[in-house]
Design a protein around this ligand. Structure first.
Ligand code: RIB
Length: 308
């Protein structure tokens, strides 16, 4: 089994249940407020651990109680969290996560200590780029850290997976040729490939994918919510429909998908097998509430697949 390096954010989520997502200028009363460990990096790292992957997580939290809870959650998943950074000067990152009756969400992140996932910290752990054959990274940490990590992983001949979430205002074009896989959702694909594209049209998704391939990416893997996932490379293109299931809360569905996909690649499975497994893992996560609290174990995904 190949070792996976996950680099990214850690947030304490404030999960706020509302009947409908707020409109501009609207005041709502919520049904409940809960703190649940989250952050795109944290969720993907948690998924790697919970799904039985051999992984290490690089991320920064504050010296506060939320930081402590996030590290505990990470350790409970089975991923190696021993290199996580505690920052003296910054509070742990947090996210306001509104979840509607329809299971849709709206998220606003306050980065805090995620800015401390910086170049000196990553350079301090540079040996991990040699040990880990797969890099899984997102964009809730400083952009220069993302670029450095991808360059370092490629220099070591590793497989790189970038989940481009959130897409920064100016996406550095030099990132594209460093990517074995880019895994945007349909909204992120439009931001990266052109605002003329309609994310609801599969033909436009196809066009967006070929634009990213032209920029030097090896594989574009778009997550399409209920429409599953779409894989596009220079040899092939294929849509993978997900298993059906109830949609209670879509928070961290994409993170579960990314973590599961990386674990299956690390286990030597084909990208196609990895996508089917990742779709099943994401369907389970959507049927449960919260971010890390919704991520299934390897056995749960196998049982779910067997029951289909
Ligand atoms: O992808 C879901 C995550 O986005 C949440 O857990 C929140 O912390 C934000 O990072």
């Amino acid at each position: 089994m190949k070792k996976i390096l996950v680099i990214g954010s850690s947030n304490m989520d404030f999960r706020i249940r509302v009947h409908q997502l707020p409109k501009p200028g609207e005041t709502l009363l919520s049904q409940s407020l809960e703190n649940i460990p989250g952050g795109k990096g944290g969720n993907q790292a948690y998924a790697v651990g919970k799904l039985g992957g051999d992984g290490v997580f690089l991320s920064a939290v504050g010296m506060d109680a939320f930081g402590e809870t996030l590290i505990e959650s990470m350790c409970s998943s089975g991923i190696d969290a021993s290199c996580m950074r505690r920052c003296l000067d910054c509070p742990t990152g947090n996210a306001m996560v509104f979840v509607s009756d329809a299971g849709e969400n709206q998220i606003v992140v306050t980065s805090g200590a995620n800015f401390c996932c910086d170049l000196p910290y990553l350079k301090q752990h540079a040996a991990l780029f040699h040990d880990c054959k797969i890099l899984l990274i997102q964009m809730e940490i400083p952009l220069e850290s993302v670029l450095y990590a991808l360059q370092a992983a490629k220099t070591c001949g590793n497989c790189t997976i970038l989940n481009p979430a959130p897409v920064p205002e100016k996406f550095p074009e030099e990132i594209f040729p460093l990517l074995d896989y880019i895994t945007p959702n349909e909204t992120e694909l439009v931001k990266l490939a052109g605002s003329d594209l309609n994310p609801d049209s599969l033909d436009d998704v196809r066009t967006g994918c070929s634009r990213l391939l032209q920029k030097g990416v090896q594989n574009v893997l778009v997550t399409l919510r209920k429409r599953g996932a779409f894989l596009c490379n220079r040899q092939t293109e294929r849509q993978f429909l997900p298993p059906e299931g109830p949609a209670l809360d879509t928070t961290a569905a994409g993170d579960t998908f990314n973590g599961a996909f990386a674990v299956m690649l690390a286990n030597g499975r084909s990208p196609e097998e990895a996508i089917c497994f990742a779709n099943a893992a994401a369907t389970i996560s959507v049927s449960r509430k919260g971010a890390q609290s919704s991520i299934p174990s390897f056995q749960e995904v196998l049982q779910f697949q067997a029951s289909l």
